[in-house]
Design a protein around this ligand. Structure first.
Ligand code: ZN
Ligand code: ZN
Length: 220
């Protein structure tokens, strides 16, 4: 599918045209072939929109990671979304207003895409849930390396920016986190650093928080 064909992407985000997004996406070529294989125009459109959504997210996370020196993680963030297992679900359940994983969860009873994703991406605290070493057989959060906690913060900033659009403020990632904070399974260090960074962002903004991450958190 060439962009000049009758299916074009509506999304013009962050001053980047869809064409640029396609060219810059790491697996853009493979997904273009996959999108071409969809028979119905409606399915093609949803696949294309999903592609733009995940790529826009990836570019925002990369920008944040690059600002704190996490270049490798910035480039590789969420790469598994471009693989067929996750991409087909995202394209099938694309709605534009919420995660396709939630739609799959409602229809199937679980999200195969999310289970695949969280098992492979270390910036999700769910990746680090395992049997507690206390020997009580309970599940617990293992200690996450700081570089993945930082990537998780960048992930939350990017997701909040896309979700809130012009209503986004430096407080949004903290407000998104707070209602669920006692329900999630986190190692005490992960919880402390995540909350420290989200609170700092809310109070002091990106420049100061990112400087602190670069100089204090990642330099150790
Ligand atoms: Zn992810
Ligand atoms: Zn992400």
């Amino acid at each position: 599918m060439r962009l000049t064909e009758n299916i074009s992407c509506e999304c013009k985000m962050d001053g980047l045209t869809a064409k640029y997004l396609l060219q810059s996406a790491p697996c853009g070529g493979a997904n273009t072939i996959q999108i071409r294989n969809y028979k119905k125009r409606e399915d093609k459109m949803k696949a294309w929109q999903h592609f733009c959504t995940i790529t826009h997210h990836k570019i925002l996370v990369a920008k944040g990671c690059f600002r704190v020196g996490l270049y490798r993680q910035g480039l590789l963030h969420d790469m598994s979304k471009y693989g067929w297992t996750e991409f087909r679900v995202g394209a099938k359940y694309f709605q534009g207003t919420r995660s396709p994983n939630n739609a799959e969860r409602e229809e199937v009873g679980y999200s195969s895409s999310w289970l695949h994703h969280k098992g492979r991406n270390k910036h999700h605290f769910e990746y680090w849930i395992d049997y507690s070493t206390d020997g009580d057989g309970k599940l617990a959060g293992m200690k996450m390396p700081d570089k993945y906690i930082v990537e998780m913060v960048m992930d939350r900033i990017a997701a909040s920016k896309i979700y809130m659009k012009e209503k986004y403020t430096d407080r949004s990632p903290l407000e998104y986190y707070s209602p669920n904070k006692d329900k999630i399974i986190l190692h005490e260090h992960t919880r402390e650093l995540l909350e420290r960074l989200l609170n700092m962002l809310a109070e002091k903004g990106e420049d100061e928080t990112f400087r602190y991450i670069r100089r204090e958190v990642l330099k150790k």
